[in-house]
Design a protein around this ligand. Sequence first.
Ligand code: MLT
Length: 247
Amino acid sequence: MKVNLDIAVIPEELAYKKFEGKTAVAIDVLRATTTIITALQNGSLLILPVLTPEEAFQKFQESDSPWIIGGERGGRKVEGFHLGNSPREYNSETVRGKKILLTTTNGTRVLKMVEVAGEVLICAFVNLTAVARRLAAQIQKGALQPEEVLIACAGTEGNFSLEDLVCAGGLIHKLDRLVSEKLKKSEAAEAAEILYRSYQTDLLGLFRRTRGGQGLIDIDLGEDLKFCSQIDLYDLVPRLKNGIITP
Ligand code: MLT
């Protein structure tokens, strides 16, 4: 049996994809999934994605244990939050041993939408090969039941984000090298892989031209583009289960 590999290019497409109980991969390269992977790599215990800053403040006040609240609106740190959404802020001095409440404009929204999948893996360029290896191992074992993987791109406020689709294409490309004979790619998956092959040598140049990348440059966070363009910086594959992301 081959594994169906498909992409929701924007979160709104998820409404048409029946992915309950399947395996999903969430991608928001600039910057939510890059930040999540970095925080967990640097020793954060868990991340609880929430939809709004109000919800984050409420959960923060209700809880006995100390949380860090992080995230952005318009790319900037929300007033009263400890951290913004720059992966560079989530270093080990700041996050080691800490639990994080995170809300971002698009990234945490897509995570809430894919929560109903059987398994949700968190992906960005920084852990591309690790996610491909994890999926390939599960495919080889025949452990994906049903045999379908849906890659969910966060996009930007309902619009398609090229950097997310190129990252999805990178994952497909790497998966293809590992378990080519077991994959049945959708048309979107085929197209994304071609995009990755043409952009992979200049991801930073690509980010600088995208809506999300330009928005970060405009608010002096252009350094984040460099960080997010690093392929395979980490070997970690965070998972979202029961609303919580763990390493
Ligand atoms: C988002 O979730 O919309 C992004 O991560 C935006 C950002 O980082 O500025």
